[in-house]
Design a protein around this ligand. Structure first.
Ligand code: BGP
Length: 467
C-alpha cells in the first residue's frame, strides 16, 4: 500500500440477492427469476422477488455503511434491468436507478465498486443457450459498453464477472444453479466463454479514458493436499488447475495454462469452442487488479475411482450430507477432521487468507488485490432486540488478522469487503443462511437492525484509520 492511498474497507452485495423489485420499472426477468418461480429444484421455495428491498431502501443502506465508517460498497448491476431482453432496447429507468445508487454512494463518500455480471443472466439470453452460446460473449460486451458509457465517469472500480469458476461449476457441473446441468464438457465451454467475455470487456474499457480500473472477481481458495507422494503432487496440480489457474493465469497473464487443454482432452472434452482468433483478445484483455472472494481453501487427495460428482449441502445444521467433490481422473476432496466447520459442513479455515495471498504474490508478481468478499454464514436470531453474532466477529477477526499479516509480508492488498452489507438471499439456501453486518427482519417490513458485528467492524475500521 502506498502511503497516500487509503485502504478500502467496505461490504458487498449482488443485484439479484438484494434488490427485489424483480419486475418493476421495466426490468426484464433474469434466469434466477425464472428458476425461483418455476423450478422444482428450487427446494427452498422462496425467491428474491422482494428480498431486502434494496431497490427502494438503498439510501438507508448506504447511510448505514457510511455511519459504520465504510468507505466503499461493492454491488452488481442487473443486466436485465438495463437491457430487459439482454440485447436491444435500453431501459432508461434501469440506468436511472444505478445513477441514483452511484450518486448516493458518492454523496456519502463511499467508493462504488461495480460488478457487471453476478449470476443473474437475462432470461431471454438464457433461453437461447446462455453462456454456452458464443453469441452471449458479444451480448455481454454490448451490455458492458452501455454501462461504461453511462457510469464510467464516476466509478473507480469495476469487475467484469463475479466468480466465473464458481458460477460455471454450480450451473453446469454441480447443477445447483440454473440451468441445473451436470456435464463437464458444457462446464468447460461456459468457463471459456465467461473468460472471453471478460477479456473483451476489459479490452473495450482500456480503449477509453474512464476514470476507473477494471478487474475480474475470482472465488479464490488455495489448494492443499493431504499426502506428499507423487500421486498427491499430481492431485495438487490438477486441483489448482481446476479451481484456480484456468481463471487467474488467463485473466492476469493473458493465456491459458499450458497443461489445461491437454488435461481437458484426457477427460474427452470437445474443445471446438477454443478459437485461435481469441488468443490476442485474452492477451490484451488482462486485468488491472484481481478481486478475490475468500471463504475457504480446497483440501484434496488423489483421484481413486468413480464418476465426476459433487455434493453440496443446502440443508444446513444437523444434516449428515458431507460436501465433497470427485473430478474423474483429476482429484477428489479430502476431509480434515481437525478443522472446524460451519453449519453447512464447509471448512472454517481463516489461515487460507494468508496462504492464498502469499501464493498469488508468488505466482503473479504481486498484482493488486481487493478482497471482494469474505464472510461467515449462520442462523442469526434477535434476542431482546439485538443480534449477538459473536461467532461471525470471531471468524472475521481471524480472517482480517491473516490478511493484515499478508500485507505486512508484502501482499499487495488494497481493500477488503465483508460479505454481506445486510442479510439477503443466499443462492442455494434462501433466507436461512445469513451473512449481513445488518440484520434484515424479513417478516417485519424488512426492518434493518445493525448486528453486533456491525459495531465491531466500525471499531476495527476506526482503529485501523487511527481514529
Ligand atoms: C459467493 C457469491 C455470493 C454469495 C457468497 C455466499 O460465492 O459470490 O453471491 O452468495 O458466495 O454464498 P452462499 O450464500 O451460497 O453461502
Amino acid at each position: 500500500m502506498s502511503n497516500n492511498e487509503k485502504f478500502l474497507w467496505g461490504s458487498a452485495t449482488s443485484a439479484y440477492q438484494c434488490e427485489g423489485a424483480w419486475n418493476e420499472d421495466g426490468k426484464g426477468p433474469s434466469q434466477w427469476d425464472i428458476f425461483c418461480h418455476t423450478s422444482k429444484l428450487n427446494i427452498n421455495n422462496v425467491s428474491a422477488d422482494i428480498s431486502c428491498d434494496h431497490y427502494h431502501r438503498y439510501e438507508e443502506d448506504i447511510k448505514m455503511m457510511a455511519e459504520c465508517g465504510q468507505n466503499t460498497y461493492r454491488f452488481s448491476i442487473s443486466w436485465a434491468r438495463i437491457l430487459p431482453e439482454g440485447t436491444g432496447k435500453v431501459n432508461p429507468k434501469g440506468i436511472d436507478f444505478y445513477n441514483r445508487l452511484i450518486d448516493t454512494c458518492l454523496k456519502y463518500k463511499i467508493i462504488p465498486n461495480v460488478t457487471l455480471f453476478h449470476y443473474d443472466l437475462p432470461a431471454a439470453i438464457a433461453e437461447r443457450g446462455g453462456w454456452e452460446n458464443r453469441k452471449t460473449v458479444d451480448d455481454f460486451l454490448n451490455y458492458a459498453k452501455i454501462c461504461f458509457e453511462a457510469f464510467g465517469d464516476r466509478v473507480p472500480l469495476w469487475a467484469t464477472i463475479n466468480e466465473p469458476k464458481y458460477y460455471a461449476y454450480c450451473s453446469y457441473l454441480a447443477g445447483v444453479y440454473p440451468p441445473n446441468v451436470q456435464d463437464f464438457n458444457r462446464f468447460a465451454c461456459v468457463g471459456y466463454h465467461l473468460l472471453l467475455a471478460s477479456a473483451k470487456a476489459i479490452n473495450e474499457f482500456h480503449k477509453h479514458n474512464y476514470i476507473g480500473k477494471i478487474g475480474l472477481v475470482h472465488a479464490t481458495g488455495n489448494v492443499e493436499v493431504q499426502g506428499n507422494d507423487e500421486a498427491s503432487k499430481i492431485a495438487y496440480r490438477n486441483a489448482d488447475l481446476f479451481y484456480n489457474k484456468w481463471v487467474t493465469d488467463t485473466c492476469i497473464k493473458g493465456y491459458f495454462p499450458d497443461d489445461l487443454f491437454p488435461k481437458l482432452k484426457e477427460s474427452n472434452i470437445d474443445l471446438s469452442f477454443v478459437k485461435e482468433e481469441d488468443k490476442p483478445i485474452f492477451m490484451n484483455g488482462t486485468v488491472d487488479f484481481l478481486g478475490a472472494n475468500i471463504y475457504s481453501r480446497s483440501y484434496v487427495k488423489p483421484y481413486t475411482s468413480g464418476e465426476t460428482r459433487i455434493n453440496i449441502n443446502n440443508v444446513g445444521a444437523n444434516s449428515n450430507i458431507r460436501e465433497g467433490v470427485v473430478i474423474k481422473g483429476w482429484f477428489e476432496t479430502a476431509y480434515d477432521e481437525n478443522v472446524r466447520r460451519n453449519l453447512w459442513g464447509r471448512e472454517i479455515y481463516p489461515k487460507c487468507m494468508y496462504d492464498e495471498l502469499m501464493e498469488l504474490k508468488d505466482k503473479y508478481g504481486n498484482i493488486p488485490i481487493y478482497i471482494t468478499e469474505n464472510g461467515h454464514g449462520c442462523y442469526d436470531e434477535i434476542v431482546d432486540g439485538k443480534i449477538h453474532d459473536d461467532e461471525r466477529i470471531e471468524i472475521l477477526q481471524e480472517f482480517i488478522s491473516w490478511m493484515l499479516k499478508a500485507i505486512h509480508d508484502g501482499a499487495n492488498v488494497k481493500g477488503y469487503y465483508v460479505w454481506s452489507s445486510m442479510d439477503l438471499y443466499s443462492w442455494v439456501n434462501g433466507y436461512k443462511k445469513r451473512y449481513g453486518l445488518v440484520y434484515v427482519d424479513f417478516e417485519n417490513d424488512n426492518k434493518r437492525i445493525p448486528k453486533k458485528s456491525y459495531f465491531w467492524y466500525k471499531d476495527l475500521i476506526a482503529k485501523f484509520e487511527g481514529r
